[in-house]
Structures are given as C-alpha cells and as structure tokens.
Design a protein around this ligand. Structure first.
Ligand code: C2E
Ligand code: CA
Ligand code: CA
Ligand code: CA
Length: 280
C-alpha cells in the first residue's frame, strides 16, 4: 500500500533525501563550530563619502571547516532554519563588541568608528536583542552609541509589532538601526516613517553595475531622495570602483562600502586599515 502511495514520487524522493541529509550535515557541523567557537568575524570598512574617513566597520560571519571556506549564503539560511542563528547571533554581537574594545585598547584611545552587526529576523522574533545589546555593551565597556544593528525588512514583515517594540528598545539603549538590503523586500514603505530607523543600506544588486544601467540609477536616486526627505542616512553596498564612489558622492549618498575600499578583513587587518587611514 505504501509503495503505491509513494509511487508517483519515486523519482525525486532520493534527491529530496540527499538535500535533507546535506542540510543535516551542515547543521551538525555548524552546531559544533559554534560550540567550539570556531566561527570568526570579518570586518569591512564603511566609508564616509564626503570626507573619505572611516565611518565604521560591518562584522560578517566567517566559517572555515577543514581548510574550506563555507559562504554565509550557505550557512546563514541553515542557521536560520535550524534555530542556530540564535547562538550564532549572540556570539556575533558579543565578538564584534569585544573586537571594537580590543582596538580601542590597542590604539590607546576610543576609535571614532561604529561597529555594525547583522541581526536576523528570527533573532528579532525569538530572542531579546535589546537585552543582548545592552549586555554586550556593558560587558565590553563600549558605548552602545557605537553599535549599529543591521536589520532586514523581513524582520518587520515577520512580526511588525514585535519588530517595532524591539527597534524602540534598541534605540533607547542608544544603538542605531540600519535597514539592510533595502529595496529587495516586500514590505510597504509606511514603516519608514513609523519605525526608528537611522539609515538605509542600498542593496548591492542596485549599486554594482549601476553605471550604464539607467534603471538602476533611477532606483538609487529614488532611494536617496526618499532617505533625504525622511532624514535617514544612506550606505551604498557593493561599491567596486572609483567612478561608482564618485557618482554616489555626487548623488548625495552618505556612505559607501565595497571592494573599491576594502573587502571584509580579519580583525588584525581591519585594525591596520584603520590605523593606516588615521595616520595618512
Ligand atoms: P550583507 O549583510 O548584505 O553583507 C554584504 C555582503 O556583500 C557580504 O557578503 C560582503 O562580503 C559582500 N560584499 C562587500 N563588498 C562587496 C563588493 O564590493 N562587491 C560584492 N559583490 N560583494 C561585496 P558575505 O560576507 O558573504 O555575507 C552575505 C550575507 O550573509 C550578508 O549580506 C548577511 O545577510 C549574511 N550574514 C553574514 N554574517 C552574518 C551574521 O553574523 N548574522 C546574520 N544574521 N547574517 C549574516
Ligand atoms: Ca549587512
Ligand atoms: Ca546588505
Ligand atoms: Ca545583501
């Protein structure tokens, strides 16, 4: 009876099983990697377009297993589906804050930079992000004003009321909020005036290759003027060339981030980048 019921699915069932098994393997390895603190963070500089100064760094999770780098686009979705994003997210916030403090110590001064950390929609709905933030700031003796939480529109869509409460609480702790991957989600724009958002990050899909693509230029212009009207800062992601950085500056974009300035760097190289640009 069972064989008959499954008869029609015979062809793709083994494949579905393989995918499930692969996912399970990644999940098992990831759990161990988080527990053993084998993940690291890379730090990508964010540049103030008007002055060329470093505005801050974005912390990005990195996972190397048996000498092979596993991309965040592979393991972050697995982490989100399995709930491992909760310990991963806690670790990332703590680690990024600890690194910022370590840089301060090394420089013998409070570095005039902010540290941005990515927060998954699942953390916003299932964890107490404001409390985590407060704790990381307190434990590492970092002013919360130096911390930026990058949230995506999906956090708002998932649970608008909870997202609004979390965002208010994050702001009352003193940290700021950047809306990540702006323009790629489905949410309605009304939340932009209701929610305490400080900055929009324009997704790299609109930025990279924008020159010579009139539609992309139109979208970027529209986002920049919307942001200006609402008093929000803007960061362009995926800035890979000098020409692009100059165009974005001319269009009034506040900040830029991308390979033109630097790829995500390990903590050591990121500190060196700051110290070089500070002494120049
Ligand atoms: P994102 O937050 O939009 O991060 C920007 C991504 O663009 C990073 O990819 C970065 O390495 C890449 N990038 C930077 N400059 C350039 C450039 O000039 N050109 C191009 N083509 N790409 C550039 P990455 O590190 O692979 O991370 C991918 C995504 O994974 C992130 O996108 C973010 O959504 C997620 N992610 C990474 N770390 C974390 C984390 O700790 N927590 C959470 N929740 N998500 C994370
Ligand atoms: Ca981000
Ligand atoms: Ca982004
Ligand atoms: Ca992105």
């Amino acid at each position: 009876k069972r064989a008959k019921a499954n008869g029609g699915t015979e062809l793709y069932q083994p494949r579905a099983f393989d995918l499930a098994r692969q996912q399970f393997t990644i999940e098992t390895c990831l759990r161990r990697a988080i527990e053993a603190e084998r993940l690291t963070l890379a730090y990508q500089p964010v540049i103030e377009l008007q002055t060329g100064e470093i505005s801050g760094f974005e912390a990005l999770a990195r996972w190397r297993e048996d000498g092979v780098d596993i991309a965040p686009s592979t393991f972050i979705p697995v982490a989100e589906e399995s709930g491992l994003i909760l310990p991963l997210g806690r670790w990332a916030l703590d680690e990024a804050t600890r690194t910022l403090r370590a840089w301060d110590r090394r420089a013998g001064m409070t570095l005039p930079v902010r540290m941005a950390v990515n927060v998954s929609a699942i953390q916003v709905t299932r964890d107490d992000v404001p409390a985590m933030l407060e704790e990381a700031a307190r434990v590492h003796n970092v002013a919360p004003e130096r911390l930026v939480l990058e949230l995506t529109e999906s956090a708002i869509v998932a649970d608008p009321d909870r997202a609004a409460k979390a965002m208010e609480a994050i702001r009352s702790v003193g940290a700021t909020i950047a809306l990540d991957d702006f323009g790629t989600g489905y949410s309605n724009l009304a939340y932009l005036q209701r929610l305490p958002i400080d900055a929009l990050k324009i997704d790299q899909s609109f930025v990279t290759g924008m020159l010579g693509d009139r539609d992309k230029v139109a979208i970027v212009r529209a986002v920049l003027s919307l942001a200006e009207a609402l008093g929000l800062r803007t960061t362009a992601e995926g800035v890979e060339t000098l020409e692009l950085s100059q165009t974005l500056a001319a269009l009034g974009c506040t900040r830029a981030q991308g390979y033109f300035y630097a790829a995500p760097l390990d903590a050591e190289a990121a500190y060196a980048y700051w110290s070089r640009s500070n002494s120049a």
